[in-house]
Design a protein around this ligand. Structure first.
Ligand code: NAD
Ligand code: DAU
Length: 353
């Protein structure tokens, strides 16, 4: 038995691979294109571990997919690979269409071809697990009920539109061809190996460097935050017990405005790594808002709890403390990321604000 994981060198994918191999001897074939967001240092602890087979390649490469599927005969495909940052999708949507839509299409077609060669139990057991986002449902007003799995799709950014398109392809491949798919739509993750272009890691690394902490607009946009290890355990639960063709929303029951998130990070740094120049919150600056910025996301995660018995293990207080401590303990990881293309990205996104 083997898993084929796509995007396993990214933030969530690498956490998933590490968690999986900490609990199971089932090998993982890890296909990742190593874009700016893919970082093999995340998987350094697996060096020399025969259970982890890393393949540098693109999900849009059909010949490569056919070869990997035929050679490794996985019992499941876990599809994490994507362009994942909303701001980048605003600056350059093309890569999002290519990877998130065309790449998912190619992966579905390759998996369908492989599935058609399987027989009996192996055929019945195959799963295509599509990892998606709550952003496909669009923006909520302050008092609206949280997103359930039947909430209408209303994506607002090039990123969320591309993820919504991929969700629809996955759904159609099940309804039309019978491909045994599972889809999960998760809220904002945070935790180790989070690339410091996203809110929480950016605030941590900027604060430690004495740089401004840029809050978009009024900072009252609300997100639901989930510790990445809890996302990984939810995916394991869905892969093991989820009903084929079903969608499961995954969330942390933890809605918070961005401003509160940034103040929480600052307060933890004040406690754990006080600055001689005063409280880190002095670095907060309000910058021009993200175009089309969704005001609020909230996840109703009762279905996965009722049907699969999954609930998050971390509270926000415990998860964010672990996360800040991880960044404090991994200055080398941060330095490595910052010496790459990350610097150019800061200039593209923030200079004109
Ligand atoms: P990430 O940007 O950190 O990692 C994406 C990974 O995919 C990288 O390793 C990258 O190299 C790889 N990749 C990109 N294009 C590829 C291609 N064409 N072929 C092969 N590999 C490619 O993303 P993440 O935050 O870990 O998100 C993983 C998945 O989870 C995405 O599908 C995302 O939409 C979804 N998701 C993310 C969050 C979140 O809060 N980060 C929440 C819900 C859902
Ligand atoms: O909801 C799930 C989604 O969460 C995932 O599908 C995406 O892949 C992931 O990137 C994330 O999207 P967001 O846009 O919500 O995450 P981000 O960390 O970019 O921003 C979180 C909030 O913080 C958002 O309201 C924008 C705001 N923000 C972000 C940055 C980078 C700031 O105010 N300042 C910043 O510098």
């Amino acid at each position: 038995m083997t898993l084929l994981v796509t995007g396993g060198a990214g933030f969530i994918g690498s956490n998933f691979v590490l968690d999986w191999l900490a609990q199971s001897d089932e090998p993982v074939v890890d296909l990742d294109a190593l874009t700016y967001a893919g970082n093999l240092q995340n998987l350094a602890s697996l060096e020399g571990d025969a259970r982890h087979v890393f393949v540098h390649g693109d999900i849009g490469d059909r010949a490569l997919l056919d070869r990997l599927l035929a050679e490794h005969r996985p019992r499941a495909v876990l599809h994490f690979a994507a362009e994942s940052h909303v701001d980048r999708s605003i600056h350059g949507p093309g890569a999002f269409i290519k990877t998130n839509i065309e790449g998912t299409f190619t992966l579905l077609e390759a998996t369908r071809a492989y599935w058609s060669t399987l027989q009996g139990d192996a055929k019945a057991a195959l799963r295509f697990h599509h990892v998606s986002t709550d952003e496909v449902y669009g923006s909520l007003t302050p008092d609206a009920p949280a997103f359930t799995e039947s909430h209408p799709y209303a994506p607002n950014s090039p990123y969320s539109a591309s993820k919504a398109a991929s969700d629809h392809l996955v759904r159609a491949w099940h309804h039309t061809y019978g491909l045994p798919v599972l889809t999960t739509n998760c809220s904002n993750n945070y935790g180790p190996f989070h690339f410091p272009e996203k809110l929480i890691p950016l605030m941590i690394v900027n604060a430690l460097a004495g740089k401004p902490l840029p809050i978009y607009g009024d900072g009252l946009q609300v997100r639901d935050w989930l510790y990445v290890g809890d996302h990984c355990s939810a995916i394991r639960a869905v892969l093991a017990r989820g009903q084929v063709g079903e969608v499961y929303n995954i969330g942390g029951w933890n809605e918070m405005p961005n401003r509160d998130i940034v103040h929480t990070v600052c307060a933890l740094l004040d406690e754990l790594r006080p600055s001689s120049e005063g409280p880190y919150a002095r670095l907060i600056t309000h910058v021009k808002d993200r175009p089309g910025h969704d005001r609020r996301y909230a996840i109703d995660a009762r279905k996965i709890e009722r049907e699969l018995g999954w609930r998050p293990a971390e509270t926000f207080a415990s998860g964010i403390r672990k996360t800040v401590m991880w960044y404090l303990d991994h200055a080398d990881w941060v330095a490595n990321v910052q010496s790459g293309g990350y610097r150019d990205w800061l200039a593209t996104n923030y200079t004109a604000r």
